[in-house]
Design a protein around this ligand. Sequence first.
Ligand SMILES: Cc1cc2nc3c(=O)[nH]c(=O)nc-3n(C[C@H](O)[C@H](O)[C@H](O)COP(=O)(O)O)c2cc1C
Length: 305
Amino acid sequence: MSHSISTPVPEPSAPGRGHAVGATAGQWPEKKPIWPDRRLVDLLGIEHPLVLAPMAGLGTVELAASVCAGGGLGSLGCVGLPPERVTQAVDKLRTLTDKPINTNFFCHNATRADPAREANWRDRLAPYYNELRLDPSLAASQSEILPFDDALCRVVERVKPEIVSFHFGLPEPTLLARVKAAGCRVMGSATTVAEARWLEARGADVIIAQGCEAGGHRGMFLAANLEEEAASQPSTLALVPQIADAVGVPIIAAGGIADGRGIAAAFALGAAGVQIGTAYLSVQRRRFRRSVVTRCGRRVRTRRY
Ligand SMILES: Cc1cc2nc3c(=O)[nH]c(=O)nc-3n(C[C@H](O)[C@H](O)[C@H](O)COP(=O)(O)O)c2cc1C
């Protein structure tokens, strides 16, 4: 981290709450520093409060392993993987690291395939495909993405990742109880204070405060009007202090954080860790480009990737 904060910050009145500015030391009976806030690293058993964002389809086992090796939390985005592939990915990661790992799943309401609707939009888009001389069959629908279910829960019970994170809420209580009984810490994503309170009330150990800058899926799950609420979703640095004041569990800030200044800002606002996705993709791309160069058997000096 190139920028760090070492100055002690006034402690809150209760763990995770009331990061008020301007009060005198006498008003806070309990001495608990906000920075550094070790609640997350202690809870998850990691060295640095930094989580590789799970990125289904783009994150790799090797990337997760290197974040673990660096002392952060490596995550596997398991969304869209059948149970046997989740097992394979975890087994492979376990061969590369003996540090705690995170597996991530979605808890969305699955949409069922509707052939008539599919046919309609294909017909509607057909002229554009023709105009661009593309084969309309290229628009084949993706395989159905299933929410966390009994089969995936059985994998979790078998492979026992130290941490399981969920997007779009939490699984139904019986599944969640099984995940916890397997010894996993549970993290859930919130895009609003209401979602954070919902997650905490249902047993999340950690809340990921996902601001509107976050890449990938926007994890809204309580919005009555998705379009309206998506348009007014708070940014990360506005959301983190609101959630930190509303719940007692540790908060991870996610969205638009890419360097030490962002990490320090998130901590100053009440986060106990950060989750970074997009910034890691460029690292991965550089590694990929390097490996291509190496495999080509040519020594090439590159200035850009
Ligand atoms: C390409 C991509 C894929 C993502 N896929 C997932 C996912 O499968 N599960 C999940 O919980 N979050 C996913 N996210 C969101 C991240 O967890 C996190 O909120 C986000 O990356 C943080 O913002 P940043 O990308 O600006 O660092 C994804 C993000 C990206 C960029």
